[in-house]
Design a protein around this ligand. Structure first.
Ligand code: HEM
Length: 462
């Protein structure tokens, strides 16, 4: 067939490779196949072949933006019913270029300083909750990290407090968003799906109306309040005031609404997964835990009543290495979809047609022994020492996607994660009281499932 000579696993009549890829673990299943077949293979999926790429040399070619672009086919396109913004748009759409041009500066390293007090506010709520736990109570790590990341984007994004640390469950907005994401992911473009998911789709329409109305009310309230960038330096203020230099136009209220929803969708699970994996790895690597805690003690000092400054957070070099190493082993957005702009050949021999779906599998890429060494499967934050980072090829580490379509929130996520992990290590000794064995839950993103720990207050004298 036309995909020859790209390797592929055996197919079954009618269903092709549909059964090779489990619906609840597609990314891990694709990784397993990569271990057998190598850095490129294709799968026969309903409606289209899918080419999975993870060898460093071929990924290098996918990263050439003149030849390849992000693809929104599948889940991202279905998500547009809820929000059609940066994350779900094609690169040629103004729903991508306008907010991208306006917002880029608000996500730069420098801009993070303005968000620092708000990030501190929410991280403070998390550690206060943990400080008040009794000796016989445990922490549901993913739950609390999700509370943290949602509340942080709510506050830094549009001045809204989801107050997740003051409720049993989550704010109704979050329930609506999570249900919408689940329904979007459960659809596979199969015949009769609309009928089979009739109830879920009706619920989805209701959820989307609710989310739209809530964010529209927030925007209206902000306009009426007369607040601006000077008085409220959050993303909403920047979006209301910002002018796209290319078109000379501002964002419409609909664009602003969709951006607010997309920050929550794109930013909350990925960052909470990152923090959860980092805690998992530290608990399983006592030397790295001791080193990270020593660094925090040195930079923050023992006085937990003193809030860490922005400059102090930026001095936590080893904590940052721990986070990057976690993102290497388990990138929480583990695979992204791409497409060729024109038919092209990669590796000198593999033809990629314009309509082929190409998956860049970051998790498999990040385990390449030729790049990372024999200990590629081991947690070792030294993989991100300054020297190692300088020497490594640029496209070896891809947890945030590629080029102009890379994650706009990456500095934001890392700033928030370093601050939070720093404040946790300053106050607590973490204990793996269940002897947790890692189990991964996939839902567009990956995170540890049912991961519970104990957080014991450190003796201030030690
Ligand atoms: C895009 C990963 C945190 C907002 C992306 C992409 C990846 C990614 C891989 C590219 C997606 C694609 O090509 O389809 C991550 C990871 C994060 C994180 C691993 C945390 C550890 C955040 C945060 C925000 C955010 C905190 C918002 C505050 C976005 C947006 C896009 C995006 C808006 C679309 C950008 C564009 O297409 O121009 N992210 N992200 N992300 N992310 Fe993140």
């Amino acid at each position: 067939n036309s995909l020859h000579p790209i390797p592929h696993p055996a197919k079954k009549p009618f269903v092709g490779n549909l059964l090779s890829i489990g619906s609840d673990s597609p990314v891990l299943d694709m990784w397993k196949i990569a271990q057998d077949l190598g850095g490129i293979y294709w799968l026969d999926m309903p409606g289209m072949p899918v080419i999975v790429v993870s060898s460093p040399a071929l990924v290098d070619e996918l990263c050439e933006e003149e030849r390849f672009d992000k693809s929104t086919r599948g889940a991202l396109r279905r998500l547009r019913a809820a929000s059609h913004g940066l994350f779900t748009s094609d690169t040629h759409e103004e729903t991508w270029s306008k907010p991208h041009n306006i917002l880029l500066a608000n996500f730069s390293q420098r801009a993070m300083q303005a968000y620092h007090p708000m990030m501190l506010d929410i991280a403070g709520q998390l550690v206060t909750k943990w400080e008040r736990l009794n000796f016989d109570e445990e922490v549901d790590v993913v739950r609390d990290m999700t509370a943290l990341t949602l509340d942080t984007i709510g506050l830094c994004g549009f001045g809204y407090r989801f107050n997740s640390f003051y409720r049993e469950g989550f704010h109704p907005f979050v329930d609506a968003m999570v249900r919408t994401l689940e329904t979007v992911q459960n659809r596979r473009g199969l015949p009769l799906e609309e009928l089979m998911l009739k109830k879920e789709l009706a619920q989805q329409r209701k959820d989307i109306r609710y989310m739209h109305k809530m964010v529209e009310d927030i925007i209206e309230e902000r306009r009426a309040s007369g607040a601006d960038i000077a008085t409220k330096p959050d993303l909403l203020s920047y979006m209301i005031a910002g002018v796209d230099k290319k078109s000379g136009e501002k964002l419409t209220d609909k664009m602003i609404r969709d951006e607010c929803i997309e920050f929550l969708i794109a930013g909350h699970e990925t960052t909470s997964g990152l923090l959860s994996f980092a805690i998992y790895f530290l608990l399983n690597n006592p030397d790295a835990m001791a080193k990270a805690q020593a660094e925090v003690d040195n930079v923050f000092g023992p006085d937990t009543t003193q809030k860490p400054t922005y400059a102090q957070v930026n001095r936590l070099q080893y904590v940052m290495q721990v986070l990057k190493e976690s993102l290497r082993l388990y990138p929480t957005a583990p695979a992204i979809s791409m497409r060729a702009k024109e038919e092209t050949k990669i590796g000198g021999q593999y033809t990629i047609k314009k309509n082929n779906m190409v998956i860049m599998h970051a998790l498999a890429l990040h385990r390449d022994k030729g790049i990372w060494g024999e200990d590629a499967d081991q947690f070792n934050p030294d993989h991100f020492s300054r020297e190692a980072e300088r020497e490594r090829p640029v496209n070896a580490f891809k947890p945030f996607g590629n080029g102009q379509r890379a994650c706009i929130g990456r500095q934001f996520a890392l700033q928030e994660a370093v601050l939070t992990l720093g404040m946790i290590l300053q106050r607590f000794n973490l204990v793996d009281h269940t002897g947790y064995k890692l189990k991964i839950k996939e839902a567009l993103t990956i995170k540890p499932e049912n991961f519970r720990i104990k957080a014991l207050l450190r003796d201030p004298a030690t």
